[in-house]
Design a protein around this ligand. Structure first.
Ligand code: GLN
Length: 288
């Protein structure tokens, strides 16, 4: 007769850690076990002999089996923290990343009026727009995405976080009501279609539409840089996240389009990860 599997936290975690092939198997297993059991991660060390009921154990096994296949932890938990705020995520949007917090920091450093109008293009979960709204309650923040599921998710996150962000369905600028902004910010897709990273880790499970942008990864950035001036107030700023090796190409696109004060900034890993520029048409004295 087969012996019943042990349902202690220690046994369940030990088995999961052996099977999960990520860089952080112990952390992953603890997060999943905490999620199904509503116990804290520290309790697994303090009381390793505590038992789960069979329903919780089955639920845990279901999540571990998906993690073994590589499904991102954020999708299994259904949320991801960004800018110290909890965001609901699903596989129809990109998982907010720590490096994009650098983009938020940079946006907050730009000298803008108290009641500045700000647009987040391709908002996904709403992470950038909502982080900005949480820091600058008087900014008028608009967000858009062309995916319906993203709109629903961004609106749900706005409601849950009680932050006032207007969300529109729009492929870049195509569906936006006429308006003009002091800052346009975006983390657009910027990975080259042939990039081998697309076959590794979490990105395998994320929507390609949020990641991939043509053979050099710059298709969407070219469109945004080209069209943004029509939506910027004089003196307004465009700030874009991009790949670690795209800074020079993106600065050239900004300068070629007529942006001034064009500069790149680094992410947490020390890579040039974003570029910003100001739309200050020649002869406009108010622009500086
Ligand atoms: N930084 C992400 C990655 O390399 C890509 C995000 C994006 O394309 N906007 O995984």
């Amino acid at each position: 007769m087969m012996s019943k599997p042990s349902l202690t936290c220690e046994a369940l975690l030990g088995d999961a850690v052996r099977r999960i092939a990520s860089d952080t198997p112990r952390l992953d297993a603890e997060l999943l076990l905490a999620h199904v059991s509503s116990l804290s991660r520290s309790s697994f060390r303090a009381y390793p002999e505590r038992e789960l009921d069979s329903e919780q154990a089955a639920q845990f096994e279901g999540l571990v089996a998906q993690r073994v296949l590589g499904v991102p932890i954020a999708y299994l938990l259904g949320y991801q923290e960004f800018w110290s705020l909890p965001f609901i995520v699903s596989n129809s949007t990109l998982i907010p990343r720590p490096d994009t917090e650098c983009l938020v920091e940079q946006a907050l450093e730009i000298p803008l009026a108290d009641n500045a109008k700000v647009l987040d293009l391709g908002t996904g979960t709403g992470a950038i727009a909502l982080a900005l709204a949480s820091e600058q309650p008087n900014w008028l923040v608009t967000a858009c995405d062309f995916q319906e599921e993203a709109i629903t998710q961004a609106q749900t996150n706005a409601r849950e976080l009680q932050l006032p962000v207007n969300v529109f369905q729009s492929g870049w600028f195509t569906g936006l009501p006429a308006d003009s902004f002091d800052l346009i910010v975006s983390n657009p897709p910027y990975i080259a279609s042939g990039d081998y990273h697309l076959g590794e880790g979490d990105v395998r499970f994320e929507p390609a539409s949020a990641l991939v942008a043509g053979v050099d990864g710059l298709d969407d950035i070219r469109k945004i840089v080209d069209e943004a001036p029509a939506w910027l107030n004089s003196g307004g700023w465009l700030l874009l996240e991009h790949g670690f090796d795209q800074a020079k190409a993106v600065r050239d696109l900004f300068s070629g389009r007529g942006f001034t004060n064009v500069e790149s900034r680094k992410d947490y890993g020390g890579n040039d990860r974003m570029t910003l520029g100001q739309w200050a048409p020649q002869g406009d004295d108010d622009a500086e």
